[in-house]
Design a protein around this ligand. Structure first.
Ligand SMILES: C[S@@+](CC[C@H](N)C(=O)[O-])C[C@H]1O[C@@H](n2cnc3c(N)ncnc32)[C@H](O)[C@@H]1O
Length: 280
């Protein structure tokens, strides 16, 4: 008997799939290869899948892969932009991954009612992560969990989001410590920017954030150095970068403190601090 096709997921896709709560129907918007739907069905995380894409080419690819996996009967393949191929309430979970934050924000804005009717959304913007979080908060979505994935030295962020669930039950996947913090308005006054920019749960609980924060700190410090060496320095840009550096520094201190970081990372970070101290 021919072996059934099981897609091998990259760390980025694995992270996205791992955020999907067990559900009835999952919709993957911008499905391309169709791997997300196939994996969710094969892992019994969903009993039915709707794979949507704005282009016929990717849908053809998804159709072929779904067929190889023997999942044609459980998968609806639909040509539609954004959430327009879905009826209100049809999908319990909606995945939108591998697109820019602006495209994702436009897709949600264009079909806000459908997006809010879903129990959960899993979003993985390729860029402008803080702007995505701010957009979600401003539009009535709760960010229940952030996830950092590292693939070939690139950092990807995914988030479990809901307009219906507020992160106040066990099944909302939110760490109790974070829930307490987010429910404290006084505390959130100063930590909202930190939460939007980096995700408090990642700062609190993910050791890999130290790598990411060190990476962006190096990038931003180099950018400030370049700007300050320019004939006509762009002071506005420099000030904005300095603010980001201060915030990332604080996030790194907190992450180092709270995550009980292991020796290997600690020595890596110590080297970074030494380098910085030498430069200063
Ligand atoms: C880079 S691929 C990402 C594929 C997959 N979601 C992943 O994360 O690996 C982006 C896919 O989104 C589709 N796409 C772009 N804009 C879209 C929109 N507004 N509605 C639906 N699909 C869209 C593209 O055609 C493409 O197949």
């Amino acid at each position: 008997m021919a072996k059934t096709f099981t897609p091998k997921l990259s760390p980025r896709l694995e992270g996205i799939v791992s955020l999907v709560p067990k559900c009835g129907t999952v919709a993957d918007i911008g499905c391309d290869h169709g791997y997300t739907c196939i994996s969710l069905l094969q892992r019994d995380r969903a009993s039915k899948a709707i794979a949507c894409d704005i282009k016929e080419g990717p849908l053809e690819f998804a159709r072929k892969n779904t067929g190889k996996a023997g999942l044609n009967e459980k998968t609806d393949i639909r040509l539609a932009p954004g959430l327009e191929g879905l009826k209100k309430g049809e999908a319990d979970v909606i995945v939108i991954a591998g697109m820019g934050a602006r495209t994702i924000a436009d897709i949600l804005t264009d079909s806000m009612e459908i997006a809010k009717e879903a129990d959960y959304l899993i979003l993985q913007p390729q860029s402008e992560i803080p702007e995505m979080r701010t957009f979600l908060r401003d539009n009535g979505f709760n960010i229940l969990q952030n996830k950092l994935m590292i693939e070939e030295d690139k950092y990807y962020f995914a988030m479990l989001v809901s307009a219906k669930n507020e992160g106040d039950t066990e099944s909302d996947y939110i760490a109790p410590r974070l829930r307490r913090m987010r429910n404290n308005p006084e505390l959130m006054k100063f930590s909202k920017t930190l939460d939007d920019t980096f995700g408090l749960d990642l700062i609190f609980e993910d050791k890999n954030m130290a790598y990411y924060l060190t990476h962006v700190l190096n990038e931003w410090r180099a950018a400030v150095k370049n700007l300050s060496g320019a004939k006509k320095p762009d002071y506005e840009k420099m000030t904005a970068l300095q603010k980001k550096i201060e915030l990332a520094d604080l996030a790194l201190e907190l992450n180092t403190l709270l995550c009980g970081i292991d020796e290997r990372i600690r020595s890596f970070l110590d080297n970074e601090y030494m380098k910085r101290a030498e430069e200063e």
